[in-house]
Design a protein around this ligand. Structure first.
Ligand code: NDP
Ligand code: BG6
Length: 513
């Protein structure tokens, strides 16, 4: 099994390969998986979870016997759930493959149960319905908590006490936010562990399911040319950039309680950083990889206020259109200081990364949407071309860009001779554009993560000690920002964000890419 997993990192496993990795191996015909989406009436369930489940079904990744239940307080019939779900399903692959029929088959496996999140009786009723569908087979149950965090524990308690699988596994996918700081996160973990073992808890960070984030380890550990350069000796700085060209539309209520540092940096960007900077794991097993990630996180210096810039977007009129400011959202207090933008300089105090700034930047309502890792290499020593030909080559250092989204790509900026009789150099890209290289559409992150949870693969889920280490880094600075009521730098909707981010980078001799 370990061998298959290792190979799985290098090639996309076929549905048959993946199914053979399930813990119900050998029992395939006799076992069933019941997936309950708790909070099925909500935004995430509609937008991401049901479409991802359909995509898995469409491609043959779901086991032969499976049932999907939506659970929420809203009153809905099975038919109404199916209608709601059908609106967001797409046939992304190929219309010729009878997608309409597949949708019908999928929807026939979807059911709904209305209940309160804190009622064991209501979960017992769900249990009865699940049993009917499981028809005496070995039952495995996955609960996806797609609900606001204040009701996580109620739902976990009721699901585990009243609707756990009788003779197979029970797993729970928990959505972020995992607390607001070290204390509340530890309290959440303690409460979850009253009802679940750590290996039943799948804390999701959907950035770990993104194709290029998964590819980071392959890039580093299976290509001779990168790993030797992957240290302070050759790398000048690393940038982790997240930007969205829209505001908190519709999610202001949630966002105002968290802010961009908790929403993006403490989880998505920090997870990418850990994968980027970790040492070679002993194997591709989940525990070996997560051990290495924890080590990196624990080697990091707690973030200082001095190394953080925060911003908040304000309204802006462009081309006759007025784009609202953050506090124009009715669910956000008018005097809110919650940051919608942050830039930070982080450091890993170990021998590989000593002194290398890892700069993070995350913002909403900026001029573009992108998520990137940019690695800027040191200057070429000796400066041969500048000396002999008077070019300004010393300015142009190599840069490796891993574009997570959109238009997934990996490219390396190199210096190159412009063809011709003279000696003129310019900067060109060695390019790997996924759309040009791979015909197949890239799966959504939620597909990979749901499939992994069904198969019991924990590599891409956050372990509790990782979470503790992540909060330790950010909690002190978050407290300082909030207790001292630090005023964010205001930036216009659709701009490049606060100028303070440039000063912060300049302090470490970095220019944002
Ligand atoms: P919603 O606000 O849409 O809530 C989901 C469902 O929970 C609702 O349909 C509602 O169902 C129930 N619910 C909402 N508020 C309450 C409440 N106060 N008390 C009891 N039940 C309530 O959430 P999302 O779908 O947006 O998100 C779900 C989870 O996923 C959250 O933890 C969120 O932080 C996380 N998340 C969401 C993302 C997104 O893009 N939406 C992205 C990343 C994470 P009913 O009334 O029918 O019971
Ligand atoms: C979520 C954040 O975790 O990630 C949102 O809560 C953000 O604020 C979203 O918009 C971005 O995800 P993606 O996959 O669209 O880049």
């Amino acid at each position: 099994k370990k061998k298959q997993l290792n190979e799985g990192l290098l090639s996309v496993p076929s549905p048959e390969d993946r199914i053979s990795l399930t813990p119900t191996d050998g029992n395939k015909g006799e076992s069933t998986v019941s997936i309950t989406v708790v909070g099925a009436s909500g935004d995430l369930a509609k937008k991401k979870i049901f479409p991802a489940l359909f995509a898995l079904f469409y491609e043959g990744y779901l086991p032969e016997h499976f049932t999907i239940f939506g659970y929420a307080r809203s009153k809905m019939t099975d038919a109404e759930l199916r209608l709601m779900v059908s609106k967001t399903l797409t046939c992304r692959i190929d219309q010729r493959e009878n997608c309409g029929a597949k949708m019908e088959q999928f929807l026939e496996r979807c059911f709904y149960h209305s209940g309160q999140y804190d009622s064991q009786d209501h979960f017992s009723d769900l249990d009865k319905k699940l049993k009917e569908h499981e028809a005496g087979r070995v039952s495995n149950r996955l609960f996806y908590l797609s609900i606001p965090p204040n009701i996580f524990i109620d739902a976990v308690k009721c699901a585990s006490l009243s609707a756990s699988a009788a003779n197979g596994w029970t797993r729970v996918i928990v959505e972020k936010p995992f607390g607001r700081d070290s204390e509340s996160s530890a309290a959440l973990t303690r409460a979850l562990k009253n009802y679940l073992e750590e290996d039943q808890i799948f804390r999701i960070d959907h950035y770990l399911g993104k194709e290029l984030v998964e590819n980071l380890s392959v890039l580093r550990f299976s290509n001779l040319i990168f790993e030797p350069l992957w240290s302070r000796q050759y790398i000048r700085n690393v940038q982790l950039i997240f930007s969205e060209d829209f505001g908190t539309e519709g999610r202001g209520g949630y966002f105002d309680n968290y802010g961009i540092i908790r929403d993006i940096m403490q989880n998505h960007l920090l997870q990418i950083l850990a994968l980027f900077a970790m040492e070679t794991p002993v194997s591709c097993d989940a525990e070996d990889i997560r051990n290495e990630k924890v080590k990196v996180l624990r080697s990091m210096r707690p973030l200082k206020l001095d190394d953080v810039v925060i911003g908040q977007y304000k309204s802006h009129t462009r081309g006759g259109v007025n784009y609202p400011g953050y506090t124009d959202d009715k669910t956000v207090p008018k005097d809110s200081r919650t940051p919608t933008f942050a830039a930070a300089a982080l450091f890993i105090d170990n021998s590989r990364w000593d002194g290398v700034p890892f700069l993070m930047k995350a913002g909403k309502a900026l001029h573009n949407r992108r998520a990137e890792i940019r690695v800027q290499f040191r200057h070429v020593p000796g400066n041969l071309y500048n000396k002999n030909f008077g070019t300004d080559l010393d300015q142009a250092t190599n840069e490796l860009v891993i574009r997570v989204q959109p238009d997934e790509a990996i490219y390396l900026k190199i210096n190159n001779k412009v063809p011709g009789l003279g000696m003129r150099l310019d900067r060109s890209n060695l390019n790997l554009l996924y759309a040009a290289r791979y015909a197949k559409e890239i799966p959504d992150a939620y597909e990979r993560l749901l499939l992994d949870a069904i198969e019991g693969e924990r590599r891409l889920f956050i372990r509790s000690d990782e979470l503790d280490a992540a909060w330790s880094l950010f909690t002190p600075v978050l407290k300082e920002i909030e207790e001292n009521k630090i005023i964010p730098e205001y930036y216009p909707y659709g701009s490049r964000g606060p100028v303070g981010a440039h000063y912060l980078a300049a302090r470490y001799n970095v220019r944002w890419g």
